[in-house]
Design a protein around this ligand. Structure first.
Ligand code: ZN
Length: 325
């Protein structure tokens, strides 16, 4: 069975279940595990302390990549105003705004709810920007949620940070001469990830669904898992052309071939780890079995990656073949 088939199965099973609504139930049993919001929340503080230089890179005539905030923000210039993809961390969003040299932000698109991507939402909405994101990203921003890693709750963002426009599957935004396609990437990094494709400029923002620099992160407690990530990467590969500039939240601009290589690595990991999960093996067992040794990449925290992968798998184990009772 392909991961896509498993996804369809899962979708059917989750009909009517809102992601956020399930969190409190998960929280009690998953306490003590390191989680994404805590790790990413450390980013802005660390970045502000070391005062990193904000970088800008012109990708096309209209599209500029603003880096070091602490991840990547994309700015499209148009006759209607600027369209931003993500707003940077709260600590560095002011620098993002300054780099726009007074140009008005018409629309801010959030690829997902994490603090490094939505920390500047209040700043830009106060200046008149419309914020658009996936419906579930809005739910995360407007709701207190539990972080198993730290056994703590994160308070909801203020209303000014909430997206004022949301969608479920796809949307299209016009900005001057540019047509911008938005689409849902199911369970790839969080629940609520989207891609943003600047069709005319041929630039594809993929959020944290590709991760060429940092270890891939799976917010398993929100529903993200490796099968979802592989499927999402397939969706992105179907959109990207050979010369499309692909922009992850962290790391350098990728080519389609580089995205394909990362997807192939993820699929390989998916295959080995689902097989071992089906046999009841833990993340530590997988680490000791060397499943990360031949995928062609050094990971910063191999156990953490496998732990997150396993947590995600366990939500899907009934589809792996039935060896586990
Ligand atoms: Zn993220």
């Amino acid at each position: 069975m392909k991961t896509t088939d498993r996804r369809s199965f899962l979708q059917a099973g989750l009909t009517g279940l809102a992601g956020v609504a399930s969190l409190p139930l998960l929280g009690g049993t998953l306490a003590g595990c390191a989680q994404t919001p805590a790790r990413e929340a450390a980013g802005p503080a660390a970045a502000a302390a070391s005062k990193p230089a904000l970088t800008t890179e012109k990708l096309t005539e209209r599209v500029t990549l603003i880096g070091g905030v602490p991840g990547n923000v994309i700015a499209l210039s148009s006759s209607d105003g600027v369209v931003l993809v993500d707003s940077g961390s709260a600590a560095l969003a002011g620098s993002v705004k300054k780099s726009l040299a007074g140009a008005k932000v018409k629309t801010l698109l959030n690829t997902h709810y994490h603090a490094d991507q939505t920390g500047g939402n209040v700043l830009f909405s106060a200046a008149g920007a419309e914020i658009e994101a996936h419906k579930i990203t809005r739910q995360w921003l407007e709701t207190d949620f539990y972080v198993p890693a730290d056994n703590r709750w994160v308070k909801a963002q203020p209303k000014a940070a909430w997206p004022t426009k949301t969608f479920r599957e796809k949307d299209e935004v016009k900005a001057g001469a540019e047509t911008i396609e938005l689409g849902y990437l199911l369970e790839a990094h969080t629940r609520g990830d989207i891609y943003v494709f600047f069709r005319d400029s041929n630039v594809l923002a993929v959020g944290d669904v590709a991760s060429p620099l940092r270890d891939p992160v799976l917010d398993w407690y929100t529903g993200a898992w490796l099968g979802g990530r592989v499927d999402a990467m397939d969706d992105l590969l179907a959109i990207a052309k050979d010369d499309t500039k692909i922009v992850p939240c962290y790391g350098p601009v990728m080519t389609r071939a580089q995205l394909q290589a990362e997807r192939d690595m993820m699929l390989k990991l998916y295959t080995t780890t689902t097989d071992l999960t089906d046999k009841g093996r833990s993340a530590q067992d997988m680490l000791e079995a060397g499943v990360l040794k031949d995928v062609g990449r050094e990971f910063q925290d191999p156990y953490r990656l496998l732990f997150d992968i396993c947590k995600g798998h366990w939500a899907h184990y009934t589809n792996f073949g039935g060896n586990i009772v």
